[in-house]
Write a protein that binds this ligand. Structure first.
Ligand code: AMP
Length: 283
């Protein structure tokens, strides 16, 4: 695996790959890697001759400075995991490499409703920060294929929108890969490392509650089902930001299901200091 810290060096290497007509797959991450990340690397390796992974804990997407400070960093382990997975390139830029003019917004991305609902509502500015860093990374890597995890359902939609906004929809294919889970159902996440033993046991309730919604879903009003779901999270000790059923394509909230519309259930909730998110396609 080749490690680049400078975008100019990465670009030079990638130009060479493109001259050889080698397809480039790209997996952007914030590190503290787990098997979920490695599944994206594996998908990229199946479809591209060259797989680039980036690790960059992006300061502009953290609306809570404490969350940024406490974001887990396990670089040595990440490097050996990526090497073992056969990753071709690790891009490891510094903050000044990504933001030479400082980590301040220099443009506004028109995300519409996506920015006012769910994560957008509870994490103001988060998706602008995501777009800021992903836009830069896409300019640097210019991949043929981009790999994202369904674990961050709304983020996949935001990045899909970003690719259109920057006019790259014909050159970059966005691939959404399934969420990898622990054996008890908890969605793998870098933030799980911050859970103590007791919290880790409780954490599974978030995916159990989404499964409960999926099992109990019937056409008609959904308010009592959502109330029950909220109650289950609260009883387990979660402080819930949201638990909602939404249109799988638009994320518009659905309170009354016609039995046909494709749906997704999404949740975000705190266990003490740690905020976990998860989602499940219902139909
Ligand atoms: P992160 O480093 O957490 O920002 O995630 C980097 C990429 O990995 C994003 O596209 C995530 O959606 C994806 N990812 C995170 N957790 C999982 C998981 N459990 N299964 C599949 N993909 C994941």
């Amino acid at each position: 695996m080749i490690l680049f810290k400078k975008a100019a060096d990465l670009r030079k290497w990638l130009d060479d790959q493109r001259q050889k007509k080698n397809k480039v797959g790209f997996v952007p991450t914030m590190g503290a890697l787990h098997k979920g990340h490695l599944s994206l690397i594996a998908s990229s390796e199946m479809e591209n001759l060259c797989t680039v992974c980036s690790i960059f804990v992006n300061p502009t997407q953290f609306n809570d400075p404490k969350d940024f400070e406490k974001y887990p960093v396990t670089l040595e382990q990440d490097i050996s995991m990526l090497e073992e997975a056969g990753t071709d390139v690790l891009f490891l830029p510094s903050v000044s490499e990504m933001y030479p003019e400082g980590p301040k917004p220099n443009m506004h991305y028109e995300l519409g409703f996506l920015e006012t609902t769910l994560e957008g509502k509870y994490r103001p500015g988060h998706f602008q920060g995501v777009c800021m860093v992903v836009h830069r990374l896409l300019d640097m890597v210019q991949p043929d294929n981009l790999y994202l995890g369904q674990k961050d359902y709304q983020q996949c939609m935001v990045i899909g929108r970003l690719v259109h906004l920057i006019g790259k929809q014909d050159s970059i294919k966005v691939n959404v890969c399934p969420t990898l889970r622990e054996t008890d159902g908890l969605a793998m996440s870098s933030r799980n490392m911050r859970l103590n033993e007791q919290e880790r046991k409780t954490a599974v309730v978030i995916s159990q509650t989404l499964s409960y919604i999926k099992e109990q879903l019937r056409p008609g009003p959904l308010s009592s089902l959502l109330k029950e779901a909220e109650g289950r999270l609260a009883a387990a000790g979660y402080r819930t930001d949201y638990i909602e059923v939404a249109d799988a394509k638009t994320l518009a909230p659905v309170n009354n299901w016609d039995g046909r519309q494709a749906l997704v259930a999404l949740a975000a909730a705190f266990l003490n200091e740690v905020r976990l998110i998860d989602n499940m396609l219902l139909t």
